[in-house]
Design a protein around this ligand. Structure first.
Ligand code: FES
Length: 68
C-alpha cells in the first residue's frame, strides 16, 4: 500500500528502509523522500517507523555506558 503518494513510497519500502538502518523520519525523508512534499504521509509513516523500531531487538553494545 502506498503511504506517500507524492513520492510513490509503499509501506514495504518504508519497512525495508528501517530494516536497513533508518531510525528517524529524517532518515526516511533522506532515503525515500517521505514527507518531502505535501507532508500528508508523515503521520502514517511515523506510525510505521515507531511500530518497526519497537519490534527490533536492542543491541546492548549500542546502549550508552555510564561515565566512569
Ligand atoms: Fe508524502 Fe505528499 S504524500 S509528501
Amino acid at each position: 500500500m502506498y503511504i506517500c503518494l507524492c513520492k510513490a513510497v509503499s509501506d514495504k519500502a518504508i519497512k525495508q528502509s528501517i530494516a536497513d538502518g533508518a531510525c528517524s523520519m529524517r532518515d526516511l525523508k533522506a532515503r525515500l523522500g517521505v514527507g518531502s512534499q505535501c507532508g500528508k504521509c508523515v503521520c502514517q509513516a511515523s506510525a510505521i517507523l515507531h511500530n518497526e523500531l519497537v519490534k527490533q531487538p536492542r543491541d546492548a553494545n549500542n546502549l550508552a555506558k555510564p561515565a566512569a
